[in-house]
Design a protein around this ligand. Structure first.
Ligand code: ATP
Length: 477
């Protein structure tokens, strides 16, 4: 499984999906850039989410709020005081760790060694300490279980401290007149503060939702596992405003709807599971994660949270503005309850890569052969079709360019005339292009083309006149 993950990471780099940020300067920890194919795939994932949330639901609208927000927002939301992870340093290696993570790793080791009782007891201990924000207890646990620094191998630990995950910066040109502002650690607050703006201008009736896609920033104590834990990442969040008392009904509905959405990508259902939260965030009365089975184990991809009226009430109090809704059906004014669905775009991106990457052995008795394929669902594929003239002469490139011109307004297509046709097919397989369109001498005679399918590698001939519809059907949502 380590190998599978390594091959996903190197494939992502080699084919222009994901690069380390500022790579010529040796990178920046837990920050990544999306390359030419990664940007396409990411855009397609955003479209898939936006369409299913905003376009298909008449009562959900989308916004795009600013990354910078008034500093009081983060006091009201609880992030200034409470958005932190317990951190501990090893005095010998000078390495910093998340205390809870070190203990989680120990639990995993107990499980691997078959010490299930010890693992369960430790888990309970950890949960209790976290629930009580008991930092000294976390340190005691680390000492009691002889947890050593993975780098130095020693137990020479500092005390456990809280480490706030928000990035701060200054707004305003003058240093003394400047105000401290934060890069948002979640997109949700941009939705809450616009609740009334959207409700009034959009004449929205409860229940209704507000969706948004955007960057979020967290100064994670440790960066792990590629684009799973980044310091700059992208979220796709939707806040669904409901009548108080109906929240559990909507929570269950969204829990189901969101899992179905993941399964509609067509990948193995066994790779997904729910994980109910035992420790609830200060704002939630129910919370569940949808986890995906990455090569290194199940990890959260999306969270569904019942956030009660916590956020709107806090913003009411801190801003002094009423954030209420008059429900004409029951003739009552109230602060709505909120169900949130929050998915990490980068983690979703990684599920796609892990699911889609296949090494196929195509060896026959005569020769050994293999190929690497990215089996993306066609609507999500970065390149929808490659147009390949069989040879570089006899007018085939010109004809292929004509075909290209016919398709490129509606689809991201690639033209390629370099190397043998077999090599070109393999290159397209490796980036997940669902079909190759080959222009050969027969094309000039009867206006037909060869379509070569990525997954089956089967070929068929179709008329040029039918091509646009053929491609449109193939890649339609
Ligand atoms: P974790 O427990 O893994 O740190 P979280 O519970 O803090 O995640 P939420 O605050 O619920 O995450 O954020 C919603 C979603 O945003 C997560 O499901 C995840 O997909 C994504 N996300 C959160 N933090 C990061 C990060 N540092 N890098 C990439 N994606 C992230």
């Amino acid at each position: 499984t380590d190998d599978l993950f390594k091959s996903v990471v190197s494939h992502a780099k080699e084919y222009g999906f994901v690069f380390p940020s500022s790579e010529i300067y040796d990178g920046l920890s837990a920050v990544y850039d999306y390359g030419q194919l990664g940007a396409e795939l990411k855009n397609n994932l955003k479209t898939y989410w936006w369409k299913s949330m905003v376009q298909l639901n008449e009562n959900i609208v989308g916004i795009d709020s600013a990354i910078f927000m008034h500093p009081s927002v983060w006091k009201a939301s609880g992030h200034v005081d409470g958005f932190s992870d317990p951190m501990i340093d090893n005095k010998d290696s000078k390495k910093r760790y998340r205390a809870d993570q070190l203990i989680e790793d120990k639990i995993e080791r107990y499980q691997k060694d078959g010490k299930d009782d010890k693992a369960a007891a430790l888990q309970t201990d950890l949960d209790t300490a976290l629930n009580n924000d008991d930092l000294p207890r976390l340190k005691e646990i680390i000492e009691e279980h002889n947890i050593v620094c993975p780098i130095s191998g020693t137990k020479n630990w500092t005390d456990v401290r809280q480490f706030n995950l928000m990035f701060a910066t200054q707004m305003g040109a003058m240093a003394d007149g400047a105000e401290q502002v934060y890069l948002r650690p979640e997109t949700a607050q941009g939705i809450f503060v616009n609740f009334l703006n959207v409700q009034k201008t959009g004449r929205m009736k409860i229940p209704f939702g507000i969706a948004q896609i955007g960057k979020a920033f967290r100064n994670e104590v440790i960066a792990r596992q590629f684009i799973i834990r980044m310091r700059e990442f992208e979220q796709m969040e939707m806040q669904y405003f409901v009548r108080p008392g109906t929240e559990m009904e909507w929570y269950n509905k969204w829990k189901e709807t969101r899992l179905k959405w993941h399964l509609a990508l067509g990948f193995n259902a066994d790779n997904y599971r729910y994980h109910d939260h035992v420790k609830l965030a200060h704002y939630a009365n129910a919370a569940v994660d949808i986890e995906y089975n990455f090569p290194f184990g199940f990890k959260e991809v999306e969270g569904i949270h019942s956030r009660t009226d916590f956020d709107l009430k806090q913003h009411q109090e801190f801003s002094g503005k009423k954030l209420q809704y008059f429900d004409t059906e029951i003739n009552q004014n109230y602060v709505p309850y909120v169900i949130e669905t929050s998915i990490g775009l980068d983690r979703l991106f990684l599920t796609l890569l892990c699911n889609a990457l296949v090494h196929e052995d195509l060896s026959t008795e005569e020769r050994t052969d293999a190929r690497v394929v990215l089996k993306f669902p066609a609507p999500l594929a970065p390149v929808k079709a490659a147009i390949l003239p069989l040879t570089k002469k006899d007018g085939l490139p010109e004809k292929a360019r004509e075909i290209m011109a016919q398709l490129k307004l509606d689809h991201n297509v690639q033209y390629d005339e370099k190397d043998s046709i077999g090599k070109r097919y393999r290159r397209q397989d490796a980036i997940g292009t669902p079909i190759c369109i080959t222009v050969d001498h027969q094309t000039l005679e009867d206006n037909t083309l060869t379509i070569r399918h990525r997954d089956s590698m089967l070929q068929e001939r179709i008329a040029v006149a039918d091509l646009e519809k053929f491609v449109a059907d193939l890649v339609s949502w």
